[in-house]
Design a protein around this ligand. Structure first.
Ligand code: MG
Length: 317
């Protein structure tokens, strides 16, 4: 079995995570900056953002086609599903985290912290207890390209946790959980949710003074906050880590300047899937959750891999 030439193996453990003869599909092109992919199993589709064009798109696996899902879309960026399978969205222009209710209506879950507007929520993940964790860098207010230019009202760019969101129309309680990063961006939990991974793309503002690190933060025993300081898991060797996903063995599949980098839980670079465009984010999809969807600048790519999305632990077990 010949590996696709786009696959680069750095560590022999990567051979087990890729599939001989599997190849990269370019499913669609025509975006400006694709981001925020979330797989929706019930409709066998992938919802993703095209931020500068202010639209979300939907790729249907059954018809192999892409159509506009929402436009204008408040310059949405990252997405994930909540415990009920509802799509949760980060909105640059809305400066909010919102959710599409079962009735199709938009519910705002958070748009302020301590009475001041958020910067521009970037990426989001839901924990098994229903809490929603998101990053809030300034990329959506730095210029009019990916949102509306504005000054930050916050003390910095932080990671926040929304406690149990209330009934429709009610905001959940929101707390800052990580406050020592420059521009927190992608985030994900380890499979057992004992660790939160967050990458910092602050090189965009601080240059070499902010290396493109992926950091780990251990959660407190109650799982509601972070215990202690973060530590660097890996530093991106090409471009920056932006968005990433964790597979069921704890490996981290991260976007980078030359494609997707697969990192072992200890940060070792196992291998790459080279993509001819800068990659911003990835998501496991398909019915077996073993198809890696890749948002690469103007295009959506996919490749079957021998890994699958981590499933959330069942609370109390
Ligand atoms: Mg991002």
């Amino acid at each position: 079995m010949a590996l696709d030439p786009a696959i680069e193996v750095m560590d022999k453990r990567f051979y087990r995570l890729v599939i001989g003869n599997a190849h990269i599909d370019r499913l669609w092109t025509g975006g400006r900056w694709t981001e925020g992919p979330v797989y929706v199993p019930a409709s066998r589709s992938l919802v993703f953002s095209d931020i500068p064009n202010d639209r979300t798109l939907r790729y249907c696996e059954l018809t192999d086609s892409v159509h506009v899902f929402e436009q204008p879309a408040r310059n949405q960026n990252g997405h994930c599903l909540d415990l009920e399978g509802r799509v949760v969205s980060c909105e640059h222009r809305g400066r909010a985290v919102s959710r599409i209710g079962h009735d199709g209506r938009r519910e705002v879950l958070a748009d302020a912290h301590q009475g001041h507007r958020l910067n521009s929520p970037n990426d989001v993940v839901v924990k098994s207890d229903g809490s929603i964790w998101f990053t809030d860098p300034t990329y959506g207010i730095d210029s009019d390209y990916e949102g509306d230019a504005a000054l930050s009202e916050q003390s910095g760019s932080h990671v926040y946790r929304i406690g149990t969101p209330g009934a429709p129309g009610q905001r959940g309680d929101i707390t800052a959980v990580v406050t020592d990063m420059v521009r927190p961006n992608g985030l994900a939990f380890s499979p057992d949710e004992s660790v939160l991974y967050v990458c910092d793309t602050g090189i965009s503002h601080l240059g070499k003074n902010c290396p493109p690190d992926l950091r780990s933060y251990r959660l407190s025993p109650d799982g509601h906050s972070i215990a202690g300081e973060g530590s660097v898991v890996a530093t991106c060797t090409e471009g920056v880590f932006d968005g990433f996903r964790v597979d069921d063995e704890g490996n981290i599949w991260a976007s980078a300047g030359d494609g997707v980098h697969c990192l072992a839980p200890d940060g070792t670079l196992l291998g790459k899937i080279r993509i001819p465009e800068v990659v911003a984010n990835v998501e496991f999809g398909g019915l077996k959750r073993n198809r890696l969807y890749i948002c690469g600048t103007t295009s959506l790519y996919a490749m079957y891999v021998n890994a699958r999305a981590a499933t959330r632990p069942v609370p109390g077990v």
